[in-house]
Design a protein around this ligand. Sequence first.
Ligand SMILES: C[S@@+](CC[C@H](N)C(=O)[O-])C[C@H]1O[C@@H](n2cnc3c(N)ncnc32)[C@H](O)[C@@H]1O
Length: 384
Amino acid sequence: MVVAGKRRRSGEDAGDAGDVERADAPSTRDGGAADEDTGAVASSTATKDDAARLVAQHYSGRANQTHQERKQSPIYRLRCLNNWVKSNLLQSKIRENDRVMDLACGKGGDLKKYARAKIASYLGVDIALESVRRDAVKRYNAEHAREFPAKFVAGDAFVVDLASVLPEYVRTLDVISCQFAIHYSLSTEERARRALRNVCTMLRPGGYFIGTTVDSNVLVRKLREADGLAFWNPVYEVEFDDAFKSKVFPTNQTDGFGIEYTFTLADAVTKCRECMVPKDVWVSLAAEYGLELVEWRNFHDYVHSQLSGVETRERASALWSQIMGDDSMSMTDEEWEAAYLYTTFVFRKSGSAEAAASAVFNRKPPAAPARIEQDDVLVLEGAA
Ligand SMILES: C[S@@+](CC[C@H](N)C(=O)[O-])C[C@H]1O[C@@H](n2cnc3c(N)ncnc32)[C@H](O)[C@@H]1O
C-alpha cells in the first residue's frame, strides 16, 4: 500500500471502505469509440456507464471528515495546496455578482470559496447522489442559504443535456468551474463532447471555463521513467495496464480517449479508474465548442507564476498565508510530487463584447437565496 511507502499488489484489500475498482469490477479498458451506429459501441458505452457509477458510488460512500480528521491526514498539506490553487483560480476569474456552475461539485466543499467571491447564484452538479443530497445541501443550508441562491443537480454531467432541464437563469453563466473531475469525461469521445457541449451551452459569450485536472504529459514522462507500468511514492500510486506496455500513447483525436490508469491517493481515493487528458486532443475538441484555451499550467508552475507575477502576487500571497498558513507544517517532498501530477486550465468562450453584454442584459434575475430541501435536488440519469 502506497501510504506505508510500500506498494500493494493489484487486487489486495486496501482495508478502505472507499475502494472504487476491485478485481471483480467491470474493466473499462475497451476503447469505446463514439460511433453510435454499432452494437459494439453500445456495449462499450454501457461499460463506461458502469465505470461512471462506480466512481459515483465511491465518492458518495466517502464520509465527510471532521476538521480534526482532516488535520491528521497524510495529505493534509496537499489538500491545503489544492484549496489554494482552487481559491486562487476562482478569485482570478469570478467577479462580484457572477452566476456560476460548480461542475462535479462533490460535497460542496468549495461553497465557501464562492461565498467569498460574492456570487449571484450557484449551480452544483455531481454524479454522486448522496454527496449532493446529503452533504452539499446540508453545507449550503448551514452556511450559505442567506448569501446566494443555489440549485443542486445529481446526474452524470458527461451524459445528460443539462441546459434542457434547467431554468433559464442558470443557463447564461459567467463562470463554470470543474475541479479535479473533467478527466472522468475522457473515457470516450462521446462523453468528452457532452461535457464540453454542456459547458458551451450554459456559458455566456466571454465567460470562463476553469478547472484542475491531471497533467498527462507528467503521467507519460513518469511512466517512461519507471521500470514497470506503475510509479508511486508514499502518498500516491499510478498504475497502467498491459495495453500500454509500449509506453507509447495516441495523440490523435480518434484514439485520445479511454486512456485509463488506476489512481490511489492516500486517505482519498483507492484504485480509482481515471483517464488521461491528452492536452492537444482536448484543447482542439474544446475549440469545436467555441472554447479557446487561455492558460494551462502544471501546479508547480502555477504556484510559482502566481506567487511571483506582478499582477497576481498580492492576491496569491494573501491566500497562501490564509490557506497554507503555518510554515512549520510545510508540504513534504512526496506531497509536492503528487501535486506535480495536476494542471490548471482556463478556457474562454468566444463571442464579441456586444454578445456578452446582450446575454447579461437579457437574462432574468436569479431566484432569492433560500434554504433547500433534499427533495429539491434534481435527480437525473446516472446519479448513483
Ligand atoms: C476528486 S472529486 C472533486 C470534487 C470537487 N470538485 C472538489 O474539488 O473538491 C471528483 C468529483 O467528480 C465527480 N464526478 C465524477 N464523474 C462525474 C460525472 N460523470 N458527472 C458529474 N460528476 C462526476 C465525483 O462524484 C466527485 O465528486
